[in-house]
Design a binder for this molecule. Structure first.
Ligand code: 13P
Ligand code: SF4
Length: 305
């Protein structure tokens, strides 16, 4: 049955000149049909570079909005329009404007996990793969407002040893659930296994890491490490790709409750339906897209890989 759906998807994909971009947290069967599977930075680069007419974005809404902002002439489809990101919704443009008004002259650094309207009010975007690198290029005496993820912002501040990064109090509900006691228990259960942690986790959890990285950073670390077992503190979808690409290595989730419900809304059937119906389409009004592109482009220019 699912091979039948995959065949139909591939046929329609060719007819529509579509590309399927998939985030590392998606369901295994959705990852398997991706033309590209990656982290937010890699997905932004792919969207910016594609010559396809249609982008099927298997991820959450802000990712599809980023693709729509970067590619004004293309049709961006999302398999399930309810796939939002709670963190992105934790700051509204009005709240961000009030925050900016409190700190005149500050630079607004916005995590890509944000709406296009929030990005439009920002100076530079970052992803979890490049936040330390990008903020490190801002003069150290410059006040930075970091929006919306307090955990990623706190990680950046600690890495750069800066005390002038003001944090908006947003967070990812999935990563926030991982507690220090989960890491302690996982280390006891798997002695010697490196603990690999996403920077959306709480600072007291990130402090326990052997390696901190974006989802692709986590994949690279585990591929290159000589260890045979790893403790993984991020969303559960990562385990599929880690296991698929590293036969013979074992990956233990840091906690049993690591699903992002929004990331799991896309299914093979919904990918097929969105290509059949050419809907739901994600659009960003051009006056917002034009302003949102600037901080995204600045990020892409400031990041080497
Ligand atoms: P990255 O894949 O960029 O690390 O992003 C993690 C995430 O939470 C996306 O929503
Ligand atoms: Fe948003 Fe967290 Fe889900 Fe990523 S994992 S989409 S940050 S809620």
């Amino acid at each position: 049955m699912s091979q039948e759906i995959v065949d139909k998807i591939n046929k329609l994909k060719a007819e529509r000149n579509a590309v399927i971009l998939v985030h590392n947290y998606q369901r295994p069967e959705v990852q398997d049909i991706g033309d590209y599977v990656g982290d937010s930075l890699g997905l932004s680069r792919q969207a910016a570079a594609t010559d396809a007419d249609v982008i099927v974005f298997c991820g959450v809404h802000f990712m599809a909005e980023t693709a729509a902002s970067l590619c004004p002439g293309k049709t961006v489809l999302i398999p399930d329009e309810h796939a939002g990101c709670p963190m992105a919704n934790m700051v509204t443009p009005r709240e961000l404007q009030a925050f900016k008004d409190q700190y005149p002259g500050a630079i607004v650094v916005t995590y890509v996990n944000s709406t296009a309207a929030t990005k439009a009010l920002s100076d530079i975007c970052v992803t979890s793969a490049n936040a330390v690198e990008v903020v490190g290029k801002i003069p150290a005496d410059q006040t930075v407002l970091f929006v919306p993820d307090r955990n990623l912002g706190s990680y950046v501040a600690s890495q750069l040893k800066r005390d002038n990064i003001v944090l908006w109090q947003g967070y990812c509900p999935t990563h926030e659930r991982i507690m220090p006691e989960h890491i302690v228990a996982a280390r006891l259960a798997h002695p010697g296994a490196p603990v690999v942690i996403h920077p959306e986790c709480r600072p007291d959890v990130v402090a326990m890491a052997d390696h901190v990285g974006s989802t692709t950073g986590i994949l690279n670390f585990c591929r290159d490490s000589s260890a045979r077992e790893f403790i993984i503190a991020t969303e559960s979808g990562m385990l599929y790709r880690l296991e698929k690409e590293n036969p013979g290595k074992a990956f233990h989730p840091a906690s049993p409750i690591l699903d992002c419900p929004n990331m799991k809304l896309a299914t093979l059937e919904k990918v097929l339906w969105c290509l059949e119906d050419m809907a739901p389409v994600v659009t960003v009004p051009e006056e917002i897209a034009e302003k949102a592109r600037r901080p995204i482009d600045r990020m892409l220019e400031m990041t080497e890989n």
